[in-house]
Design a protein around this ligand. Structure first.
Ligand code: DX5
Ligand code: ZN
Length: 215
C-alpha cells in the first residue's frame, strides 16, 4: 500500500498559514490534516469553518479534516461545503456512526472514523467495509507534540489483519507522536496514512522529514 503523509497544520505558524501551505505542498506530503477541536469532546479549542474556507482557497492539496467535536453530524454539511475532501469523526462523539458516514458520503466526500487510545479496535470492525479510512489515534486527542503511545500498535496490527482476512481494502491512519522512527513502526503494523504535526513543521527541512517518514 502506498504511504500517504498528512501534514497537521496545528503545528504550523498560523499567522502565516499561506506560506506554511506552500511549504507543505513543496515538501511532498500528500494531505493537509485539519484538526477541529470544540473544547468539549477534547480539552482544547483549535479552529473551524472560516479557517477551513481560507485553507481551501489557498491550496489544491487534499484536505483531511479530523473532527474532535461532540455530535459531529450537526456540522458535516458545513465542513463538506467549506472544502473538506475527507471528513473523519470520532465514534465516541455521540452521533450515530452509520448515519454520519452516509451523511458525509451524501456530499460526495470520503468518510473516516476515529478511535481514541482507550477504545477497543474491535468496536470499529463492523464499519470497516463502509468507510474509506479508520484513524487509530496514537495519542489522546487534543494537543500536538505529545509522545506516541506504544500500546496502540497492537490495535493497528489487529485492524489490518481483520481487514486482510475479510478482503477489505482500507486506509489506516495514525495521528499523534509520529516521526521518522514511529513511522517505520506503524507502517510495519499496517498503517499507511501517517499524520505528523510537530515533527514536520519543526523540522529544519520539511521535505527531508517527509522522505524520512517513508523510509
Ligand atoms: C492531536 C491532533 C493531531 C496533532 C498531532 O489531537 O489530532 O493531528 O496535530 O500532532 P503531533 O504530530 O505533533 O503529535
Ligand atoms: Zn488530528
Amino acid at each position: 500500500m502506498k504511504t500517504i503523509v498528512s501534514a497537521s497544520i496545528l503545528s504550523a505558524d498560523l499567522c502565516d498559514l499561506r506560506s506554511e501551505l506552500i511549504r507543505t505542498e513543496k515538501s511532498g506530503a500528500e494531505y493537509v490534516h485539519f484538526d477541529v477541536m470544540d473544547g468539549v469532546f477534547v480539552n482544547n479549542i483549535s479552529y473551524g469553518i472560516p479557517v477551513l474556507k481560507c485553507v481551501r482557497k489557498a491550496t489544491d492539496m487534499f484536505l483531511d479534516v479530523h473532527l474532535m467535536i461532540t455530535e459531529p453530524h450537526r456540522y458535516i454539511k458545513e465542513f463538506a461545503e467549506s472544502g473538506a475532501d475527507m471528513i473523519t469523526f470520532h465514534t465516541e462523539a455521540g452521533s450515530d456512526v452509520s448515519d454520519t458516514i452516509k451523511l458525509i458520503r451524501s456530499f460526495g466526500k470520503k468518510a473516516g472514523i476515529a478511535i481514541k487510545p482507550g477504545t477497543p479496535v474491535s468496536e470499529v470492525y463492523k464499519f470497516a467495509g463502509d468507510v474509506d479510512m479508520i484513524l487509530v489515534m496514537t495519542v489522546e486527542p487534543g494537543f500536538g507534540g505529545q509522545g506516541f503511545i506504544p500500546e496502540t500498535e497492537e490495535k493497528i496490527r489487529a485492524l489490518r489483519s481483520f481487514c486482510d482476512s475479510k478482503g477489505i481494502e482500507l486506509d489506516i491512519q495514525v495521528d499523534g507522536g509520529i516521526n521518522a522512527e514511529t513511522s517505520r513502526r506503524v507502517r510495519e503494523d499496517g498503517a499507511n496514512v501517517l499524520v505528523a504535526g510537530s515533527y514536520l513543521f519543526k523540522a529544519p527541512d520539511m521535505a527531508a522529514a517527509v522522505k524520512a517518514m517513508r523510509e
